[in-house]
Design a protein around this ligand. Structure first.
Ligand SMILES: [Zn+2]
Length: 407
């Protein structure tokens, strides 16, 4: 897809270049409020500057949610912490849209990549699977920008994923020639744990022949899913140690740990304690269970995310290194339809206006408090805005920076 996919006015382009210049300057001279004196300017290129800007936690309010059940009806919202508490501490965009241009889909994988890359693109499942979401981004993810600009190890850039979304395991880096696997983020999910566990069980040598064969086959099958990088699922020593502790705590069965989005919250809380991520994305997903059930699955999913948000926010407040040094960005992957004629009135594949209507909240260090912005903005503005927050240029994002967020 060409550069002009999202038509941008001359004015907007000019403004964007200006903001980018400002962001690049910020990265080189004053990284996260820290002024560098002339003699100790961080070298760009051979040795990268350490990252000392705010930590960024991106929360995908995911599985597709509508404004109706979240922000439009305050007395009846299913996300009371988000709307009545968190929103007041930050800048809420009530009219964020996913573009209605042809080819821009309102689906989980696509929305996640629009958030991560700041660009709309027509994604095709690499295996040609119908409704498959095995996509490869052509332009860098926000994680790659961070790791290319700053000295941040792989295990401190994390995506926390749902257990039955293996397609989404592979959004951790793009195919862009100047970025890609060397700057990837790491994924925490039960899929990754399973690979770790199978390898350990095989290596420990306590299996009988039948179990050995069965587990070897299962491991080979799981490893084969990760086709882009040789041995890509070999995670760094820090991540392996993380899984070792997880296994000691929850055991091998997979039945003891929390499931669904509660599991994602648990993984995130542990990761914050043990891995100290600088940038993390939690891909919540439970509201999407409405595809297979009744409406209460959907609204309960929203409440579980709301409780997760409350826990994550409390963890940040309780941790000296994160408190006053963290920005939350909370945004749905997509909306859902409003089709009263259907038994389940809110799917998200009909391309209705409602499935394009989302919202976004920025809250934390350096973010303006108590602001509600109702002008129409775009989901692809998230990545460039995060770029500005971390102080790095994002050359391939197409959405204008949301400059109201800066206090
Ligand atoms: Zn769905």
């Amino acid at each position: 897809m060409g550069e002009g996919y999202l038509a941008m006015s001359e004015h907007e382009l000019g403004r964007r270049r200006f903001l980018k210049g400002a962001a690049a300057g910020l990265g080189a001279v004053a990284v996260g409020d820290r002024a560098w004196s002339q003699g100790e300017l961080p070298l760009i290129g051979s040795s990268k500057a350490d990252y000392s800007g705010p930590n960024v936690i991106i929360v995908r309010f995911g599985g597709g949610v509508r404004r109706q059940e979240t922000i439009l009806d305050p007395p009846n919202t299913y996300s009371p912490f988000f709307l009545h508490d968190l929103a007041k501490r930050g800048t809420l965009y009530t009219n964020m849209m996913i573009s209605q241009l042809e080819g821009v889909e309102t689906n989980h994988g696509q929305g996640t990549l629009y958030i991560l890359t700041g660009k709309y693109d027509k994604f095709k499942d690499v295996g040609g699977k119908f409704l498959g979401e095995r996509f490869e981004a052509q332009v860098p993810t926000i994680f790659e920008y961070l790791r290319k600009s700053f000295n941040v190890p792989e295990h401190q850039t994390l995506i926390v994923n749902g257990e039955d979304r293996t397609d989404e395991e592979f959004y951790s880096f793009s195919n862009h020639h100047a970025f890609g696997a060397s700057y990837r983020s790491n994924v925490l999910s039960l899929y990754r744990f399973k690979i770790y566990l199978l390898r350990r069980q095989i290596a420990e040598g306590n299996l009988d022949e039948k179990a050995f064969k069965q587990k070897s086959a299962e491991l080979a099958k799981n490893e084969a899913l990760d086709y882009r990088v040789k041995d890509a699922s070999a995670q760094s020593p820090e991540i392996t140690a993380f899984w070792e502790r997880w296994r000691r705590f929850y055991g091998d069965s997979g039945f003891v740990n929390p499931r669904g989005d509660r599991l994602l919250t648990e993984l995130t809380l542990r990761a914050m304690k043990e891995l100290r991520p600088k940038m993390l994305m939690v891909n919540y997903n439970d509201p999407d269970y409405v595809h297979w059930g009744n409406a209460s699955h959907y609204t309960r999913g929203i409440s579980i995310i709301d409780q997760g948000l409350q826990q994550l926010f409390a963890a940040v407040e309780a941790d000296e290194a994160y408190r006053d040094n963290t920005v939350f960005v909370i945004v749905p992957d997509c909306g859902r339809d409003s089709n009263r004629a259907r038994s389940v009135p809110f799917q998200h594949h009909s391309n209705t206006r409602s499935s394009h209507e989302i919202f976004a909240l920025f809250v934390g260090t350096g973010i303006a408090k108590g602001q509600v912005i109702d002008r129409e903005v775009n989901q692809i503005s998230i990545a460039g805005t995060v770029g500005q927050i971390i102080g790095t240029e994002t050359a391939h994002t197409e959405g204008p920076v949301l400059d109201e967020v800066f206090a």
